[in-house]
Design a protein around this ligand. Structure first.
Ligand SMILES: C=C(O[C@@H]1C=C(C(=O)O)C=C[C@H]1O)C(=O)O
Length: 370
């Protein structure tokens, strides 16, 4: 068979498969609409709280669908790629029920926006806000369904502002998403490459690229600005400056990438939290986040952690922050594997509650899938 003929035959097969995929996606979308109708009827049924909004988005179900897509996959696409395709199909199906509104730490083009789209898919409507506490406020006011804020970076550590904002908020953590962070050095079309005297970026990003800058641009002034996207925006009209930012910011401002992936740690990643008002049922692989205040007695941290050890709970993070009220000296933020509905977790929380001055469950949520 000639190459020409072979190609034609393969393309006909692809066309037939695409037609089947199209029909199946439509059938799936019709099912999702029926699910939406069932959910709506449940909130409107006698005895239901009619002031409560219908919860179309179900984080635990979405995590299960994505995990299943990965488990089923037998290649040649890798698991994550397959899950990403299902992520977009679900996002489009959910948008038929109700497009989900998500506030993120902006401006447009930040890694937080990338994280929001990774988590909710591209059919979500995203709204940039200028500060972490504004994202919290917008969710509290009900103007959006969820918020996305960064919480820790693998190179630079915890984002204190996010943890501190939880001290004065009743919002819950409904999910998490991790993003590999790749930083690039970028310039505009008016930049004179041999005359760069300053580089703009967010302080965290400058820190994440410290060694690279030390060796490649030791004498260039490093200027911290509010976000990477803001850094990219400034460079647009300046002939003597460069920015460190991600792909999205380069695209948004039409900048040219001079050096790619300049982060010092090749596995540099940031974890983001999805904040909302919803209590999320168990998905089968969950995490729980707590905020605990302890009196400043000797051995307080040991007392706090002992029940986790006794019930064999796997701690994934412990952070200490000074208390804002001054009444208690320290507030601990603790993340661990498990859901508040698990018996071992419930027992642990009971014992921790007895020892703590204050205990708040920030949320149980599916472990990030993508
Ligand atoms: C269809 C549902 O509603 C939404 C859409 C989903 C989907 O497309 O699979 C999954 C969970 C919900 O966010 C559902 O709850 O099953």
């Amino acid at each position: 068979m000639s190459d020409e003929h072979k190609l034609k035959e393969l393309r006909e097969r692809i066309d037939a498969i695409d037609s089947d995929i199209g029909k199946l996606i439509s059938e799936r979308a019709r099912c999702a609409l029926e699910v939406a109708a069932v959910k709506k009827a449940a909130t409107e049924s006698p005895g239901a709280d009619t002031t409560a909004p219908t919860l179309y988005y179900r984080p635990e179900r979405e995590a299960q669908v994505l995990r299943r897509a990965m488990e089923r996959n037998s290649g040649p696409l890798d698991d994550e790629e397959m899950a990403r395709l299902f992520r977009e199909i679900m996002s489009a199906c959910l948008a038929l029920e109700e497009p989900i509104k998500v506030a993120f730490l902006g401006p447009e083009g930040t890694f937080t926006q990338q994280a929001a789209l990774k988590h909710f898919g591209n059919s979500a409507v995203t709204r940039p806000l200028g500060a972490i506490d504004e994202v919290f406020r917008e969710v509290e006011a009900g103007a959006v369904n969820f918020g996305v804020v960064p919480v820790e970076n693998s190179t630079e550590g915890v984002i204190n502002h996010t943890l501190d904002t939880f001290m004065n908020s009743n919002l819950r953590i409904c999910g998490e998403v991790e993003l590999r962070i790749h930083h690039h050095l970028m310039i505009s079309d008016v930049t004179r490459q041999d005359s760069i005297t300053r580089v703009y970026s967010h302080a965290q990003s400058l820190a994440q690229c410290r060694k690279w800058l030390d060796s490649h641009f030791p004498h260039v002034e490093r200027i911290a600005v509010a976000s990477n996207a803001e850094a990219a925006r400034r460079v647009k009209g300046e002939w003597n400056s460069a920015a460190i930012a991600g792909d999205m910011a380069a695209d948004l401002y039409g900048l040219k990438i001079l050096a790619e992936k300049i982060e010092d740690q090749p596995d540099n990643s940031t974890r983001f939290l999805i904040i909302g008002t919803q209590e999320v049922p168990a998905s089968g692989d969950d995490k729980t986040s707590l905020m605990v205040s302890m009196r400043n007695n000797p051995g307080a941290l040991h007392d706090l952690l002992e029940p986790f050890h006794r019930y064999r709970i796997d701690l994934t993070r412990v952070e200490t922050r000074p208390s804002s009220s001054g009444t208690w000296n320290y507030v601990f933020f603790i993340d661990f594997a498990g859901h508040v509905d698990d018996e071992r977790v419930a027992n642990t929380l009971h014992d921790v509650g007895n020892r703590a001055a204050d205990l708040k469950v920030l949320g149980s949520y599916p472990r990030g899938v993508l």
